[in-house]
Design a protein around this ligand. Structure first.
Ligand code: CA2
Length: 149
């Protein structure tokens, strides 16, 4: 079995399905985790799905992924727009990184147009709600050479 795809979510995404459904939809993060696991299984892969509200915790997980993951999907949430430290950690990875967002940040406020993560991401999936994560997992599987079982 290959190493898992790390799927990391940043601050406030634990509130999915509870607040602001008009922007972020009705699905919970648990629903999205199930979607990612199912999609990964189609490629005989697994996901390690985690969320934190804390920048340092996310950075620790990125560092863990250096040896424990075959690829990374990350929704950095607000930290994508602000965190040079998260970018520095991501830059140490030799595995593919896919950035994903539930909404389409480019269609929102100007300050959401830039993310530090995009500087190192192999690609970005935005605007499809929970499906953004699923599509990102599929892209990650493809980048590590996994084929549909
Ligand atoms: O669209 C996305 O996935 C974002 O990464 C979400 C971030 C935002 O800062 C990015 O620009 C785009 C915000 C996450 C907030 O999550 C909430 C979920 C439910 C209720 C309130 C906030």
């Amino acid at each position: 079995m290959p190493k898992p795809i790390f799927v990391l979510s940043g601050p406030n995404l634990n509130l999915l399905g509870v607040r602001e459904p008009d922007i972020y939809g009705h699905e919970t993060l648990l629903d999205i985790q199930a979607r990612c696991s199912r999609r990964a299984a189609e490629f005989s892969m697994t996901v390690e799905f985690r969320q934190s509200n804390h920048e340092g915790v996310l950075i620790d997980w990125v560092q863990e992924a250096r040896t424990a993951a075959s690829a990374m999907v990350i929704n950095p949430a607000g930290y994508g727009h602000t965190s040079v430290a998260l970018l520095d950690a991501l830059k140490t990875l030799a595995i593919p990184v896919i950035e994903c967002h539930l909404s389409n940040p480019a269609a929102r406020e100007d300050f959401r147009r830039h993310t530090y993560v995009s500087l190192i991401a192999a690609g970005v999936v935005s605007g499809f709600g929970g499906a953004s994560y699923e599509l990102a997992v599929e892209a990650a599987a493809g980048l590590v050479g996994a084929v549909r079982a």
